[in-house]
Write a new protein. Structure first.
Ligand code: URA
Length: 193
């Protein structure tokens, strides 16, 4: 199995499933055998327009993550739990983001697991509850597990709050920042290049 083949399978699967909906799939990005794999929730508007994960506002959050951790974007493989933008119509009739449903997460999970197997990262970093619970189960919560090393299928998994969720909460933001700094220190100290 190659990443190209996995992407082709995903494309075929979701095209058939959403035959009348024209979903744009945003695939993961980064070196195939990156040491760290970052898993977000789902693409937003910019991601869907540009066809890349974590661009636009989420990209600026990611830049902050990189600055705090001392990691480079080029050494990360970045992907999402759900590969297309979940949307709904607002009361005013605009197309807006919504959280992915359990069904969307369930449908994406086998592909995400195969993506993880292909990248085979030393560390998986999940952002927020969506990827954390998709992998670790519904009992896992980011409030309890953030910043604490977990084991998922014999891989190290480090749960972080989703950067978008901490923006308006100063207390949570400093917890998030401390967790990111600790992750960066772990990489420098125990996993030298
Ligand atoms: N953009 C992404 O690609 N993922 C997120 O989780 C949020 C914004």
């Amino acid at each position: 199995m190659t990443m190209e083949k996995l992407r082709a399978e995903m494309t075929a699967f979701f095209q058939k499933l959403y035959i009348d909906q024209q979903k744009v799939l945003v695939f993961g990005e980064g070196p195939l055998h990156a040491r760290l794999m970052l898993i977000g929730e789902a693409p937003g508007e910019q991601e869907s327009l540009q066809g890349r994960p974590f661009v636009g506002k989420a990209g600026r959050n990611l830049d902050e993550f990189l600055a705090l951790s001392g990691l480079n974007r080029a050494e990360l493989y970045i992907t999402n739990t759900v590969k297309y933008r979940p949307v709904k119509q607002s009361a005013a009739g605009n197309t807006v983001n919504r959280a992915p449903t359990q069904e969307e997460i369930r449908l994406g999970l086998p592909f995400l697991k195969r993506e993880i197997a292909l990248v085979a990262p030393e560390v998986i970093v999940t952002l927020g509850n969506v990827p954390l619970r998709a992998l670790m189960g519904r009992q896992a919560t980011i409030g309890a597990l953030h910043g604490q090393w977990q084991t998922w299928e014999e891989r190290r998994l480090y749960p972080l709050y989703h950067p978008a969720s901490v923006i308006y909460n100063r207390a949570l933001k400093s917890v998030y920042e401390e967790d990111v700094v600790r992750l960066g220190a772990f990489f420098r100290e125990s996993m030298p290049q």
